[in-house]
Design a protein around this ligand. Structure first.
Ligand code: DOR
Ligand code: ZN
Length: 479
């Protein structure tokens, strides 16, 4: 234990993956220095009295869209990371469907320069995996992307879905790089076909968006992804799992030992297509779609019990005028989520869906493990980064657009009451938000340091890189 600390968080209830207990936390040099009784803590230059509050590891959100470069009328790195800080989120992984998309190491470096100058929380950046950039995957990994994003389904940015041939080769390549591929699992040919047919029939309602992307569109693309991952040894992460009909297949592939993780979003657990008839209907348009209310129960259960590993937001802001229109097909897809994930999910904790310890696991520890950050982040223990969120578990608030710091000032949660609220966010020991006020300057956020386990490629003797002479002979194929 150091003789002095920079900051002491006193009198709070510390929540970890395994326990909730009263303790003080001493912070020095941006790291947690000690956890224990207040009487045993070293004297500190500053103190925060957390009496009546819970102290959780900061939320790690592996799925956000900040739109810069190219679409910064929707969001930019400063407004996006301020939204994160307001929501108790201390690390974000940002998606590559910006303009231009992050498809080369050079573009990754360009985005990193923007993020470095503007972010108020820590971050990682995805590179995209597409049909025409397979040769860039290794250089992007080398340069430092947190992982790759594969858009099998069409969405904002209109990145074309690669052919199955390109996807399988992409998986072969990343199986050697060890990075995780985060997959938007929707079948593009089916959804385009159905959209065209429905539009031609003059169908234009919110329900028609759901029908174009009916459950099998998501289930098929997820199953195909898992099969390719099992075959190649590529690590995958299924983003925004939206349908209860996926659950048996997720369990099946997990039971076969596929190196896969799965996220769902608060919107699939709290909103329903039945509500899309109402005034907030258009705002709810997103991909994959928000489905029938009956699906909430099984998805919630899967998140509580472990078939689904983590909660993310798919923070997808658009300018408010892009979210209005007469035809559902003309409405931009997605809405902000960074400020509402923790209040919504902890309200479900308060209602008994899962213990607080499981929330810590799905919001912080599991994301850290899946992407090679655990130990430094995702945990409250000596030596870890002091990334923390102080939460009032008994504070009632009403969600509304006028509280959003995102540029996407429009929300389907308008008027919804929550029963928990983040009151302070610390990134590497520094308060970046306190009582709804942003305290950090742009540029405080840093890119995360990732350490993935060794790569584990399979069926290497059938891989195109080897067969076509682009990579050396396979060594140590465990398959
Ligand atoms: O609705 C969505 N919006 N779904 C996605 O997958 C992407 C996101 C966006 O970038 O706007
Ligand atoms: Zn997304």
């Amino acid at each position: 234990m150091p003789e002095t600390a920079d900051l002491l968080i006193k009198n709070g209830m510390v929540a970890t993956e395994t326990a909730v207990f009263p303790a003080s936390i001493a912070i020095k040099g941006g790291k947690i220095a000690a956890i224990g009784d207040a009487a045993e803590m070293p004297p500190a230059a500053e103190e925060i009295d957390a009496a009546g509050l819970f102290v959780l590891p900061g939320v790690i959100d592996v799925h956000v869209h900040f739109r810069e470069p190219g679409m910064d009328h929707k969001e930019d790195w400063e407004t996006g990371t301020r939204a994160a800080a307001m929501g108790g989120v201390t690390t974000v992984f940002e998606m590559p469907n910006t303009s231009p998309p992050v498809s080369t190491a050079e573009r990754y470096r360009q985005k990193r320069a923007i993020a470095d100058a503007k972010a108020v929380v820590d971050y990682g950046l995805y590179g995209v995996m597409s049909e025409d950039n397979l040769a860039e995957l290794a250089p992007m990994a080398e340069a430092g992307v947190i992982g790759f994003k594969l858009f099998l389904g069409n969405t904002t940015g209109n990145l074309p879905c690669p052919s199955d041939g390109a996807v399988l080769e992409g998986f072969e390549i990343v199986s050697h790089l060890g990075k995780r591929v985060s997959i938007h699992a929707e079948n593009s040919p089916i959804l385009f076909w159905r959209e065209d047919r429905l539009q031609a029939a003059g169908r234009n309602t919110a329900m028609d968006h759901l029908l174009a992307r009916t459950d099998v569109v998501a289930v098929e693309a997820m199953v195909r992804s898992c099969l390719f991952a099992e075959w190649t040894g590529a690590r995958i992460h299924i983003v925004h799992e939206s349908t209860a009909r996926s659950l048996p297949y997720l369990e099946f592939f997990k039971s076969r030992g596929v190196d896969m993780t799965v996220e769902t979003l608060p919107q699939y657990l709290t909103l329903a297509v039945e509500d899309m008839d109402g005034p907030l209907g258009n705002i709810m348009r997103m991909n994959p779609p928000i489905r029938e209310r009956w699906q909430q129960g099984p998805l919630r259960e899967a998140l509580a019990k472990g078939t689904i590993d983590m909660i993310s937001t798919d923070h997808a802001p658009h300018a408010p005028e892009e979210k209005v229109g007469n035809r559902i097909w003309d409405i931009a897809c997605g809405f902000p989520g960074l400020q509402s994930q923790l209040p919504l999910m902890l309200s479900l904790v308060n209602q008994g869906l899962m213990p607080l310890t499981r929330y810590v696991q799905i919001s912080s520890a599991n994301p850290a493990r899946a992407f090679g950050l655990y130990g430094r982040k995702g945990v409250i223990q000596p030596g870890a980064d002091a990334d923390l969120v102080l939460v009032d578990m008994a504070r009632r608030e009403t969600l509304s657009a006028d509280k959003l710091v995102s540029k996407g000032k429009i929300t389907p949660y308008e008027g919804m009451t929550v029963s928990a609220w983040p009151v302070a966010t610390l990134v590497r020991g520094r308060p970046v938000m306190r009582d709804g006020e942003i305290l950090a300057n742009p540029g405080w956020g840093e890119e995360v340091v990732q350490q993935m386990p060794p790569a584990a490629p399979r069926n290497v003797e059938t891989q195109l890189g080897y067969l076509c002479g682009a990579s050396p002979a396979p060594a140590g194929d465990p398959s």
